[in-house]
Design a protein around this ligand. Structure first.
Ligand code: NAD
Length: 501
């Protein structure tokens, strides 16, 4: 147990931990302002994906814990809603400062828990801090409308009411970033929150709970780790949780929608998966496009990003050049211990996910329609490592590697001949989260922006999320938009008021 770490006034470190020791201590959930164990006393082993050892033990929340958290959130809701929005924003600002002060610690916790290299995990806490500050700064933008009336003794205006308790469920690929950033909008809008982190990466959310307990009033933010099928479902179906916000896979998202509807009419927003296309047109700036294809795969998170552009469509005239160079770059990536500064690619998050991703790689190796261009191997060491892998389908896209979200470091490529063929292939799947196009033609760029069915499009760019812009999907990739003012508004319910005086 490392009390000196916890006791440090700012959470910054004189001597930064370089090991798993920072997670080897008791962990608690946050319910009603108290740091607690699970009612059942149950715990879950936290496995370090870099070496498959048990790094910590955390409380495993169940239905009773979710019920207690919802009770606390419901009780805290009226006074939080009655708190001025400026004061709510001030709480978010203090939380941003505290997360920033503890950023190094939080980044290390995520690296040990999730396996992504420490350099990119540091970026995650910075994004979380920026999002907390962004929403705090939007406080005075949460407005209603007044509506002109024919009668001179009447007017009409709108209020934006909070829902009450928001159930917020997040996945494991950016543990702290999602936990901290995605509570900002619901809290600012005057809701209280029950946050459920993913069971394989809950530690940074639990650390956030310890930090927030000193800043956020009791019951306003509650953090309950637990299995999706137990704690997650309980939150989704709880009668006192009218608003669910879910980030995760499309399969689970559809179940969340159905389970929520089985309990009541609820407002459900979903940020789900994708099998995102990137199209390299014949007039592309080829070196820039190759850089963009590499960046778009988010190999630094082992490809485990919803926005990864993992379906590469290249015009026939550039196909060999682009696919060959991308393959060479992938072979150059340094795969290894995520706590080492020089590592580009760490392990996948868990044994279960390794099993899923490696089965797709093996299926690709066995498919005669696919040529292996890079990777296709599994480093012989403990940990859930998969070498970044590129398959080429010279005869055109076919099979599950082109249709399923693998959510790992696996890129598939196929050639096309015409604009229509590329767009039709890009739109062929039931997903529509992100897409990328590489072209020097204004006409082609704007036509693609019009024709591609996606929630977020990069033209001659990739991967980046511009702060304040709306992120979200169409089709089975989701409902609702996050990261911009739309997210804040989606945590309110407009109430129309017709006044005669
Ligand atoms: P997942 O759907 O398995 O789990 C996500 C969360 O839902 C976890 O907290 C899990 O415990 C919980 N959960 C699981 N079953 C549940 C149930 N029946 N009821 C309620 N909650 C339940 O997804 P994952 O494997 O953790 O994350 C990867 C997926 O998330 C990928 O598909 C990825 O594309 C997607 N994702 C989307 C975005 C986005 O912004 N669109 C961002 C990150 C990840």
């Amino acid at each position: 147990m490392h009390t000196s770490w916890l006791a440090h006034p700012q959470g910054t470190l004189a001597a930064r931990p370089r090991t798993r020791e920072i997670v080897d201590r008791p962990w608690h959930m946050l319910i009603g302002g108290e740091l607690t164990d699970a009612v059942s006393g149950g715990t879950l082993d936290v496995v370090n994906p870099a070496d498959e050892t048990v790094a910590a033990r955390m409380p495993l929340g169940g239905c009773a814990d979710v019920d207690a958290a919802v009770d606390a959130a419901r009780d805290a809701a009226p006074s939080w809603a009655a708190t001025s929005i400026a004061d709510r924003a001030a709480v978010l600002t203090r939380l941003a400062e505290a997360v920033e002060a503890h950023g190094e610690e939080l980044a290390w916790i995520d690296t040990i828990d999730n396996g992504s290299p420490i350099g990119v995990m540091r970026n995650d806490f910075r994004v979380a801090v920026a999002q907390l500050r962004y929403f705090a700064g939007l406080a005075l933008q949460l407005r209603g409308e007044t509506i002109p009336m024919a009668a001179h003794d009447a007017f009409d205006y709108t209020l934006r009411d909070p829902f009450g308790v928001v159930g917020r469920i997040v996945p494991w690929n950016h543990p702290l970033m999602f936990a901290a950033a995605r509570i900002a909008a619901p809290l600012l809008a005057g809701n209280t929150v029950v946050l459920k982190p993913a069971e394989v990466t809950s530690l940074s959310a639990l650390r956030l709970g310890e930090i927030a307990a000193r800043i956020v009033p009791p019951g306003v933010l509650n953090i309950v780790p637990g299995l999706g099928s137990v704690a997650g479902e309980r939150l989704v179906t709880h009668p006192d949780v009218p608003r669910i916000a879910f980030t995760g896979s499309s399969v689970t998202g559809r179940r969340v929608q159905a389970r929520a509807a089985s309990a009541a009419v609820k407002t459900v927003t979903l940020e789900l998966g994708g099998k995102n296309p990137v199209i390299v047109f014949p007039d592309a700036d080829v070196p820039a496009a190759i850089d963009g294809v590499m960046a778009g795969m988010n190999f630094t998170w082992q490809g485990q990003s919803c926005g990864s552009t993992s379906r590469l469509l290249v015009h026939q005239s550039l196909y060999e050049r682009v696919v060959g160079e991308v393959g060479r770059r992938m072979d150059d990536l340094r795969i290894g211990d995520p706590s080492e500064a020089g590592t580009d690619v760490g392990p996948l998050v868990s044994a279960g996910h390794y099993s899923k991703v490696s089965s797709y790689v093996r299926a690709g190796l066995a498919d005669p329609a696919l040529d292996l261009v890079a990777g296709g191997t599994f480093p012989d060491r403990p940990g859930y490592y998969v070498r970044p892998t590129l398959f080429s389908a010279p005869g055109g896209p076919a099979g599950p590697l082109f249709t399923d979200e693998i959510f790992g470091p696996v890129l598939v490529a196929a050639p096309f001949d015409t604009y229509e063929e590329a767009v039709s292939e890009a739109n062929a799947l039931p997903y529509g989260l992100t897409a990328g196009v590489w072209t020097t033609s204004l006409h082609t760029a704007l036509a693609a922006a019009r024709d591609l069915r996606t929630g977020y499009l990069w033209v001659n760019s990739s991967s980046a999320h511009l702060p304040g812009t709306a992120f979200g999907g169409v089709k089975n990739s989701g409902v609702g938009r996050e990261e911009g003012i739309e997210e804040l508004e989606e945590y309110t319910q407009p109430k129309n008021v017709y006044v005669r005086f």
